[in-house]
Structures are given as structure tokens and as C-alpha cells.
Design a protein around this ligand. Structure first.
Ligand SMILES: NC(=O)c1ccc[n+]([C@@H]2O[C@H](COP(=O)([O-])OP(=O)(O)OC[C@H]3O[C@@H](n4cnc5c(N)ncnc54)[C@H](OP(=O)(O)O)[C@@H]3O)[C@@H](O)[C@H]2O)c1
Length: 219
């Protein structure tokens, strides 16, 4: 099990010391989540997915998820909470790939956020915040997380349910209630503390290509 600072250090070392490109980690992460979403969709004749992305790398993972689903013929509607010009670097690259592939994301604040899309989807992918969440959640994120919690049928969280402190298990005011959390490299300590167990649903740990000699220090 890992804390947020351990996982951030691990990712940083993989990138800086071993030269694993951060985009490769993002691709591996998003692809693994897409596979888990497909498992959640088994048996659906005309599956529909909605992917809700934030502006950081967690949102970038969400764009990769959406791309792999759409490439597999599964319609995925992508919402970006915020303006695309404010996306972090790797996330911006994956946003541009989606645009070039004519799978554009809808930029939204609370007014443009379509709760009906959330309600219609068989699976909602929560890619709003991951381990980078560090303060109380305000609008428009708050209302969107509440809409997911009240309207979604099945939620798959990317790495961490948005709103959960993945070290302490405390909540930053509001938090996605996931049915499944697909988390990277290690389960996070906060999944098993305080509010964590109620928010994550089933926890699935996937490998994203962090060199094993770096992972050996954490158990
Ligand atoms: N490349 C990698 O190393 C790597 C590897 C594996 C997985 N990942 C993925 O990337 C995630 C971490 O990415 P990240 O560090 O970019 O963090 P993040 O979890 O994507 O969150 C960071 C973003 O959220 C914003 N934010 C944080 N708290 C907020 C709040 N309360 N209200 C509104 N905005 C808030 C930040 O804005 P400000 O800039 O304004 O603070 C920033 O845009 C992981 O959980 C995983 O999904 C990355």
C-alpha cells in the first residue's frame, strides 16, 4: 500500500531516473482502465459511456480511456470540467489527439454539464481528480460530483475516487462514490482508512510500467 507522496515519488523517479516517458505511463494507465470499463459493460447490447475529466493528469488518463473505448466501437461522451487551454501538458496532448480523431470533449462548467448524459450512460468514468487533489472542492466540481453520485448507474474511478485523500481516507468536502476504482501501481492507504472503504467500491490494481526495482521499496 502506498501514500500519495510515495506514489508521486515513484512516478517521478520512473520518469526522471529511468526515462520512462510520462505519456507512456498515461497511455498504459488509460488503456488498463478502458479494459476494466469493458468488463463492467459485459452483456450490454448498445453500451454507452460518459467520461468526466479534470484538468490534470487524471483527466489525461480519462481522455486515453475514451479514445480506447471509441476505437473499440463503444460510444463515449467526454466532458472536460474547465477550459482546454488550462490542461496540464500530457493531458493537453491526449485532448488534442481526441480532437484530431473527431472525438471531441465538451468543455463544461456546471451550466453546460448534462446530467442527463450521466443518467443515460451504462458506465460513468470519473477522471476528475486523482492523487493531485490537495484542497477543498468547490463549484463547478462539487455539483458535478453530486450529479454523478445521484444519477450514475455504475461508476469506474480512475486511480482514486475524486474527492478522496488517498493517504488519509478523508474527503475534501464531497467525493465520488465509485463502484470500481482502477488504481495504478499500488492500492492507496486512504482506500482502507476513514471514508475510503465507502467510496472506492471494488479496488483493481493495474500495472502502468513503473520499473519493478522502484516498486520494491514499497509493500
Ligand atoms: N505522469 C504520471 O506520473 C502519472 C503516472 C500515473 C498516473 N497518473 C495519473 O495522474 C494523476 C495525478 O495527476 P496530477 O498530479 O496532474 O493530479 P490530478 O489528480 O489530475 O489533479 C490535479 C489537477 O486538479 C486541480 N485541483 C486539485 N485540487 C483541486 C480542487 N480542490 N479544486 C479544483 N481543482 C483542483 C489542479 O489544479 P491546480 O493546478 O490549480 O492546483 C490540477 O489541475 C494520478 O492520480 C493518475 O491518475 C500520472
Amino acid at each position: 500500500m502506498a501514500t500519495v507522496s510515495q506514489i508521486q515519488r515513484l512516478d517521478k523517479l520512473a520518469i526522471k531516473r529511468y526515462g520512462v516517458p510520462s505519456l507512456v505511463l498515461m497511455e498504459n494507465a488509460g488503456r488498463a482502465v478502458a479494459e476494466e470499463v469493458k468488463k463492467s459493460l459485459r452483456g450490454k447490447k448498445k453500451p454507452r459511456v460518459c467520461v468526466v475529466c479534470g484538468l490534470g493528469n487524471n483527466g489525461g488518463d480519462g481522455f486515453v480511456v475514451a479514445r480506447h473505448l471509441m476505437d473499440a466501437g463503444i460510444p463515449a461522451k467526454v466532458f472536460l470540467v474547465g477550459k482546454a487551454r488550462r490542461l496540464k501538458h500530457d493531458a493537453a496532448i491526449n485532448y488534442q489527439i481526441l480532437k484530431k480523431m473527431k472525438y471531441p470533449a465538451v468543455e463544461c462548467g456546471d451550466t453546460k454539464f448534462r446530467g442527463s448524459e450521466i443518467a443515460r450512460a451504462d458506465v460513468v468514468v470519473d477522471a476528475i481528480f486523482g492523487v493531485g487533489l490537495d484542497r477543498e472542492i468547490k463549484e463547478p466540481f462539487r455539483g458535478i460530483i453530486e450529479a454523478i453520485n445521484t444519477r450514475a448507474r455504475h461508476v469506474v474511478a480512475v486511480d482514486v475516487p475524486s474527492g478522496l485523500d488517498a493517504t488519509t481516507g478523508n474527503i475534501y468536502g464531497v467525493c465520488v462514490k465509485a463502484d470500481k476504482t482502477v488504481t495504478f501501481s499500488f492500492p492507496k492507504k486512504g482506500f482502507f482508512r476513514n471514508h475510503g472503504p465507502r467510496q472506492t467500491g471494488k479496488v483493481v490494481v493495474v500495472d502502468i510500467g513503473i520499473p519493478s526495482r522502484l516498486k520494491n521499496g514499497i509493500s
